[in-house]
Design a protein around this ligand. Structure first.
Ligand SMILES: [Zn+2]
Length: 374
């Protein structure tokens, strides 16, 4: 009898057991939708399932060395993937349209570069730019490749499937209504509510859970590689990540500056030092709504931690929280911090609506933040 063993973090063992049972009992659905928060390893699980489905080992699957397993991890086999792309990339010529020896980048070249990034670090949360989407052309070139297939099992991973635009969604729905034999689709998303209900209802839903803090730390260290200093994955980065190694890596890298900045934001606000505060904001160049809200997410964590500090509870981001000497402001009590947190949440939704410049909203937030307790 064939045994299946899907590898992954212990926190997600239950979901994998479900999939392994379906594989063993030969009732694996033709389409599954893996959803869950960003950066928790949905693409990594999709790759593991693709290997198991394509593996031909008579004993244990995925074996890792048969032809099917190798195909599943061959980053040059671009037809195994549908990924969001920027418009100019998706409209580049196809490999069969350019003459041999041409140096022009093809749509397959762009796609392969994305696939390589996914394999390098499947947890990464910023592989695709905000404007990248799955266009109908990308869905059509995937279905066109079905004509070329032999009798081997084919698995297509649709990464960040919520980025399908309307016409792509409709084209994909047609494909799902009549899935070719021996073909499986694995979709991943962190925003399933943005997907067509008719697509969702045709996929087996699999909700992937966040990892434990210990797993977040060890996975983030593993992704940083042997040469990196494990201490880079700080307690604060793990605290901010809430179960997502991808987010932890973001806070070790590009998001690192938000911690110190949120502490300064609170201090300047408490001391009414608006000149310094506005200068800090303009240096940070927070004109992008998504960036501004990532900063405010950290600020929310800091305010929650300041409340914990008041009650002596365990802190989630101790190093950042220590930067604000909250004991020096006895007038700032828990209700004042709760009000401040609500004001931050309100600003986040106003920034997300994109009607006012983030900079203006951040400036007015700094003035309102501790109104009445100075
Ligand atoms: Zn194999």
């Amino acid at each position: 009898m064939i045994e299946y063993r899907l590898n992954g973090p212990v926190s997600q063992e239950r979901q994998r057991i479900r999939l392994m049972a379906a594989l063993r009992e030969n009732r694996f659905p033709q389409a599954i939708l893996i959803d869950g928060p960003v950066g928790i390893g949905k693409k990594a699980l999709a790759i593991e399932v693709a290997k198991a489905l394509q593996c031909s080992d008579p004993g244990l699957r995925p074996c890792g060395h048969c032809f099917g397993c190798k195909m599943a991890v061959d980053q040059g086999v671009t037809e195994n993937w549908v990924v969001p792309m920027e418009s100019k990339e998706a409209h580049a010529k196809s490999a069969d349209e350019v003459s041999a020896g041409s140096s022009a980048k093809t749509v397959q070249d762009f796609k392969q570069a994305y696939i390589e990034e996914i394999f390098k670090n499947p947890y990464r949360i910023d592989i695709f730019s905000a404007g990248a989407e799955i266009s109908v052309g990308l869905i059509r070139s995937m279905t066109a490749a079905f004509a070329l297939k032999g009798d081997r099992v084919r698995v297509v991973i649709v990464a960040e499937a919520d980025r399908m635009n309307d016409s792509a969604s409709n084209a994909f729905l047609k494909t799902l209504e009549d899935v070719p034999p021996n073909t499986y689709f694995i979709l991943t998303t962190s925003s399933r509510e943005k997907m067509l209900q008719t697509i969702r209802s045709r996929c087996l839903a699999l909700h992937l859970l966040p990892l434990s803090d210990e797993e977040v730390r060890s996975e983030a260290i593993r992704m940083l590689g042997e040469d990196a200093d494990p201490d880079e994955v700080t307690e604060d980065a793990v605290g901010l990540a809430v179960g997502s190694p991808g987010k932890a890596l973001y806070y070790v890298g590009a998001g690192k500056r938000w911690c110190e900045m949120s502490a300064s934001f609170v201090k300047y606000s408490l001391l009414s030092q608006y000149y310094e505060l506005f200068e800090m904001l303009s240096e940070a160049e927070l004109e992008d709504a998504a960036e501004a809200n990532r900063f405010l997410e950290v600020l929310s964590f800091l305010l929650s931690d300041l409340m914990r500090a008041k009650s002596g509870a365990k802190l989630r981001i101790p190093a950042t929280t220590a930067l604000v000497n909250i004991d020096a402001f006895p007038q700032v009590d828990v209700p004042a911090l709760e009000r401040a947190l609500a004001t931050v949440q309100e600003t986040m939704s106003r920034i997300a609506s994109r009607r006012t410049s983030p900079m203006v909203l951040l400036q007015s937030l700094s003035i309102k933040l501790f109104e009445g307790c100075r």
